[in-house]
Ligand binder design. Structure first.
Ligand code: HEC
Length: 695
């Protein structure tokens, strides 16, 4: 069967000899390189790709239009394992899409969007590990049934060992754990509020669920890094968690785990110091959890600049020497590359000074690390000259940019608007980057300006205000319309003191729903909140019940949201491209090419060159010379020539594929499969997986 062109150029255990080729782990393998050595589909024939099968996974809520699927499915010996739009794990025949099993879990737990599952086998039995809300399940890979001898009746509760007074209880594992030998290494997502849980990284026995080690990402007294916090912070600060996944060097026994910022994300006056190991790349001994080295990519993060994706492991050549390397991407469009063993940077990194904070009590870091190589994969600052030429309300936007804090990657938030460019969720995002056998990296990214500011939180004494229309007004509207509804001095933000004379309730609701000029749509408001705010504007003493377990915030400020900045027609206010795909040679650090990722048909029709779109999800690169990626909000999946960035093929998906494709072979035939969940960026929801193959 090997005549079929399944020629494996990399020495790796991930390809079984014979006529099957697996996609054995999230993002393709422990190196997280999204790479397949398959060549049957290549630059010559890719244009002929056809749908092989479609699987309706179940759970799409097309009414609410909120279903998402971010799963990168595994394919092992002809069986595909994934997660449905309704958050159930399933197994399919990977050649036909026929369902073999699907779970019917119904624990009362947090809702979530799963990025996939992990597979383990000792040759006799095989297990699927699946994060379902606050639980991590061990399922029998043959039947999908929970394995009773694991944890408590087949699952462990991730809150065990994390509960503490004053903290909320939100914890999920939505990125699949890494597995080293018989050790399951688990990162978690916790809330981003001031009451977040600790982000400990924990390892469990794959057979029993017994805990093997814990790494404290917020160190305890006596542990390395403790002095980079205030004394009590290990008790009262949370976050610094590994939500984005890890990479594993199976030969060296080292797990590479990135972390996010400490919570609360935008104010750190109650956690003064550099805050190790928040925003770090951690190299840990996979057997013991002992720290080998670390690098902090943002000191004292007050911008939510988490490391957004799993690391990539590859070998690069510098001065004729081969070096095992690990890299992490950043939301700002930088990349950091290190020697995998020593942690030494392989391209220079400079500590550069950045502005101080104007917020009382805050102490921003004086410097931040900026890598001088490889070349950045996005623009990194937004000023007047970066405003989109064809924006409908260009002059207004320019006036706003002039008033905002902008122009560099690290400006602490204050009372007026601070611009993030790239936006708060990247730059690079959770989909991560692919690396091929020549150490060329392919990175999807986006360049959409986002703005935010800080407003005062209610103090403990006026706890009642937390729920009132006035408080909601201060949270959602006050930053622009003024604390006392007075507007600003030049009228760009109108006063709302006599607004009842101008609009009736439906009129105001319309403005909130649709936005107006430079005012964004307030789509984040729940109905009860809208009602309370409108009531407040009309002089009524309205209040709403805060969610049952809502705890009073312990920080003095709130931020005014992750406001993506669009022009009057709904396009990002920045000059295109708004979404990109970039190839970088990791040996030299040089950019090879950059192309837009995605397009708006109506702009193409007007003769505007492809602009790229906002995107979520990662690529897959193959030895057949192809880079496959969906991710864009135009609902296409595309094949790019990996050498030139030229589009060789594209197909419309039933809903946007905000996920990473998997590439595999069964019975000598190569496939690629993508989850089409949509449900983000105002695109429709779906619950289908679509597989493609040659006719
Ligand atoms: C990011 C800044 C910003 C935020 C936040 C914001 N607005 Fe506005 N709002 C504006 C701007 C700018 C305008 C003027 C828009 C125009 O006409 O071009 C406006 C206009 C309005 C108007 C119409 C005023 C008039 O005189 O016609 C109302 C009503 C309003 N906003 C209510 C709200 C409410 C209620 C909230 C909070 C839920 C809110 N806004 C949040 C910036 C903001």
């Amino acid at each position: 069967m090997l005549i079929l062109g399944l020629i494996f150029t990399m020495s790796s255990t991930r390809f079984t000899p014979g006529d099957e080729a697996d996609w054995p782990e999230y993002n393709g393998g422990p190196d997280k390189n999204h790479f397949s050595a398959l060549k049957q589909i290549n630059t010559q024939n890719v244009a002929q790709l056809k749908v092989a099968w479609t699987y309706q996974s179940g759970g799409a809520d097309t009414v609410k239009n909120t279903t998402q699927m971010q799963c990168n499915p595994l394919i092992i010996k002809g069986v595909m394992y994934g997660v449905s739009a309704g958050s159930q794990a399933f197994a399919l025949d990977a050649s036909s899409g026929k369902e073999l099993w699907k779970t019917t879990l119904n624990d009362k737990t947090f809702s979530m969007t799963s990025r996939g599952v992990s597979y383990w086998s000792d040759g006799k039995e095989a297990r699927i590990f699946f994060g379902y809300g606050a639980f991590l399940y061990a399922l029998d890979a043959q039947t999908g049934q929970p394995i009773p001898s694991f944890g408590s009746n087949g699952k462990i509760n991730l809150i065990d060992g994390l509960k503490r007074p004053g903290a909320d209880e939100y914890v999920i594992s939505n990125t699949p754990p890494s597995i080293y030998k018989n050790i399951l290494i688990v990162g978690t997502r916790v809330s981003e509020s001031a009451t977040a849980l600790l982000g400990d990284i924990r390892a469990y026995d794959v057979r029993t669920g017994r805990k093997i080690w814990t790494f404290h990402t917020i160190p305890r007294p006596g542990e390395f890094g403790y002095k980079t916090w205030e004394k009590q912070n290990y008790k009262n600060i949370g976050g610094a968690n590994n939500w984005m996944g890890m990479a594993l060097d199976t030969e060296k026994g080292i797990v590479y785990a990135p972390t996010g910022s400490a919570a609360f994300d935008f104010y750190g006056g109650n956690r003064k110091g550099d805050n190790l190991f928040a925003n770090c790349l951690l190299a840990l001994d996979a057997n013991t959890g002992k720290r080998l080295w670390h690098f902090q990519t943002v000191h004292h993060d007050i911008w939510d600049r988490d490391i957004p994706a799993p690391p990539n492991l590859f070998t690069l050549t510098q001065n004729g020497q081969k070096i095992d390397a690990v890299s992490v991407l950043s939301k700002q469009g930088f990349m950091f590359v290190f020697d995998r063993v020593s942690g030494k940077p392989l391209f220079p990194i400079e500590e550069r000074p950045f502005p101080a904070s104007e917020i009382e009590g805050e102490k921003a870091s004086l410097t931040q690390p900026i890598p001088l190589g490889p070349e950045p994969f996005t623009r990194q600052s937004f000023t007047e000259k970066d405003v989109n030429d064809f924006a409908a309300d260009r002059d207004d936007i320019i006036a706003q940019v002039r008033q905002a804090n902008t122009g560099q990657p690290f400006i602490p938030l204050g009372n007026k608007r601070t611009l993030f460019f790239p936006g708060t969720d990247g730059g690079a995002q959770w989909g991560g980057a692919a690396v091929d056998e020549n150490s060329i990296m392919y990175i999807p990214a986006k360049e959409n300006p986002v703005y935010s500011s800080l407003v005062a939180n209610p103090k403990a004494e006026d706890k009642q205000a937390q729920k009132s229309g006035k408080q909601l007004y201060l949270t959602y509207c006050g930053a622009c319309h003024g604390e006392n509804r007075e507007g600003n001095h030049d009228g760009t933000y109108p006063g709302l003191q006599n607004i009842a004379a101008k609009y009736d309730e439906p009129g105001i609701r319309q403005i909130l729903a649709k936005g107006r000029g430079m005012m964004p749509a307030m789509s984040q408001l729940k109905e009860a909140e809208t009602k309370a705010i409108v009531g407040f504007l009309f002089g009524k003493n309205t209040s709403i019940k805060a969610p049952k377990d809502q705890k009073l915030s312990t920080v003095p400020y709130k931020h005014t949201g992750y406001n993506r900045w669009y022009d009057r027609d709904g396009y990002p206010v920045s000059q295109p491209p708004w979404g990109t795909l970039t190839a970088i040679d990791l040996n030299s650090g040089k950019r090879l090419w950059q192309v837009p990722l995605g397009e708006y048909p109506e702009l193409i029709a007007k003769g505007i060159a492809p602009t790229g779109t906002d995107n979520y999800g990662g690529p897959a690169v193959t030895a057949g010379g192809i880079l496959f990626i969906a991710a864009s909000k135009d609902e296409y999946i595309r094949a790019f020539d990996r050498e030139t960035g030229k589009i060789l093929w594209r197909a419309k998906l039933p809903a946007a594929g905000y996920a990473s494709p998997s590439v595999y072979a069964v019975n000598g035939k190569q496939y690629l499969v993508i989850a089409c969940g949509g449900g983000k960026l105002k695109t429709k929801s779906g619950d289908k997986y679509v597989a493609f193959t040659l006719p």
